[in-house]
Design a protein around this ligand. Structure first.
Ligand SMILES: Cc1cc2nc3c(=O)[nH]c(=O)nc-3n(C[C@H](O)[C@H](O)[C@H](O)COP(=O)(O)O)c2cc1C
Length: 202
């Protein structure tokens, strides 16, 4: 099957290094048997999560919500990219994650953080949120230090970074496919003592 990959960018900066890197990774991912989509949360505004659902009635916002929800359901695997904001993921990324739960289960996630300090805590927070939703994470992430890793034309000038992004692209496709296929198989099987069985539609 062509694996469907959703890349989620969550920087609020117009010339975001993270969003540039995300486009770079999605291009790398296209080499494999995949379909890719990009969701830039700076441009596609997701309403602030409201557990009472009142934003559903706000038609201008609900178009965006519907579009993003369609993307999330469509995806088999994700690349989540966040800037390091105070050692944390960006607010729009957290808001994005708050909107979904079961939609993430049985899907694989790769992480990238733009930071001056590697952004490990921001990536760990995204990993924790995804684990809480029964998503699977690659055990490593990729750190980007924008000013050092890009030139003024917006091109990546760090060969080591290119290698890490290439590895992320490869591993996300490889493990993402294995996990998704097994999850879907388990959902349609009669075996009930699997992690996927709780997601069966009755
Ligand atoms: C509100 C805010 C908080 C930030 N906090 C940190 C931080 O704690 N550590 C750090 O290394 N960089 C921090 N930064 C810098 C950004 O992480 C850094 O500039 C990053 O490259 C931005 O990525 P982008 O180009 O994709 O927007 C912060 C920036 C902003 C706007």
């Amino acid at each position: 099957m062509a694996l469907k990959i959703l890349g989620v960018g969550s920087s609020m900066r117009r010339n975001s290094y993270g969003t540039k890197a995300l486009k770079f990774i999605l291009d790398m991912i296209k080499k494999y048997d995949t379909e890719t989509r990009l969701l830039n949360l700076r441009e596609t505004k997701l309403p602030l999560f409201d557990p009472d659902g009142s934003t559903e009635e706000d038609t201008s916002l609900s178009d965006e919500l519907r579009k993003i929800t369609d993307y999330v359901i469509w995806a088999d695997a994700f690349v989540l990219v966040s800037p390091d904001y105070h050692g944390s993921m960006s607010g729009v990324m957290k808001n994005f994650l708050d909107h979904y739960w079961e939609e993430f289960a049985g899907k694989t996630f790769g992480y990238v953080c733009t930071s001056h300090e590697k952004g490990l805590t921001a990536m760990d927070q995204m990993r924790t949120a995804i684990r809480q939703c029964y998503g699977w994470s690659l055990p490593y992430g990729v750190s980007i230090n924008g000013e050092l890793d890009f030139n003024t034309k917006g091109e990546i000038i760090n060969d080591l970074l290119v290698k890490r992004l290439d590895m992320l692209a490869h591993d996300l496709i490889t493990y993402g496919r294995l996990i998704r296929e097994q999850f879907l198989k388990d959902i349609s099987s009669n075996v009930l003592n699997t992690f996927a069985a709780r997601y069966k539609v009755s």
